[in-house]
Design a protein around this ligand. Structure first.
Ligand SMILES: C[S@@+](CC[C@H](N)C(=O)[O-])C[C@H]1O[C@@H](n2cnc3c(N)ncnc32)[C@H](O)[C@@H]1O
Length: 208
């Protein structure tokens, strides 16, 4: 995973940031509208930080996390005023109730799906009451496959159906406010993602 994103960093950026899809622009505008200024934001799988991190870091305390050393090197160069960490999001530790928003754009579909429920449960503990979780998830049943020559590298994908992904987010204790399946062009084929907007409920935060 990290080696793949290290290797095709330039190609990914040209594709994702220089000609962003309508779905990406929609997600960015939604996140920008829903996350107030002055808040604490965590971005999981931030990549090189363009265009998402750069915009969301304006006026907010944003920490971006990515497995790829090269993507984080680029993010640090592209985005000022944010904090970046090279880390595996499935092993990340954050203090309970320390975040107002957790966002993940096009990254969770690279995480083995058996780890999704535990990750959602940890995100729930990181969020303050009313905190936002906004992420793209898969829509098809894929236990884990390597797609050959995806933007020039072999790339791992794994996800549940949209119905199961939504249920896992709800079972983590988050309240789903929006769940939209949106298609967009991706490398050789169109891809569909489930865009989830969910919130931590009011009241005490569960212990990790
Ligand atoms: C498709 S890119 C998306 C990058 C960026 N979020 C965007 O919107 O363009 C997926 C990113 O997730 C990162 N990633 C994949 N698995 C990860 C993991 N377990 N922990 C942290 N980052 C991960 C990859 O290194 C890559 O930078």
């Amino acid at each position: 995973m990290a080696d793949g994103y290290d290797a095709m960093a330039e190609r990914y950026l040209a594709w994702s940031a220089l000609s962003p899809s309508d779905a990406r622009i929609r997600a960015l505008e939604l996140a920008d509208a829903l996350i107030p200024a002055g808040t604490d934001v965590l971005e999981l799988g931030c990549g090189a930080g363009l265009p998402m991190t750069a915009r969301l870091a304006i006026g907010r305390r944003l920490t971006g996390v990515d497995l790829s050393v090269e993507q984080i090197r680029r993010a640090r160069a592209n985005v000022s005023g944010a904090t970046f960490l090279v880390a595996d999001m499935t092993e990340l530790e954050r203090p309970p109730a320390s975040l107002d928003a957790v966002v993940a754009f096009y990254s969770l579909t690279h995480v083995p799906r058996d780890e999704h429920a535990a990750l959602f449960a940890r995100i729930r503990t990181w969020l303050r009451p009313g905190g936002l979780f906004l992420a793209s998830l898969g829509v098809e049943d894929d236990p884990g496959t390597v797609e050959r020559d995806w933007l020039g590298v072999d790339m791992y994908f794994s996800h549940f159906s949209a119905r199961v992904s939504r249920r896992l987010v709800e079972e983590a204790g988050l309240i789903v406010e929006q769940a939209d399946v949106i298609a967009e062009p991706e490398d050789r084929f169109d891809a569909r993602f489930l865009w989830i907007v969910a919130r931590a409920p009011a009241g005490p935060v569960p212990q990790p």
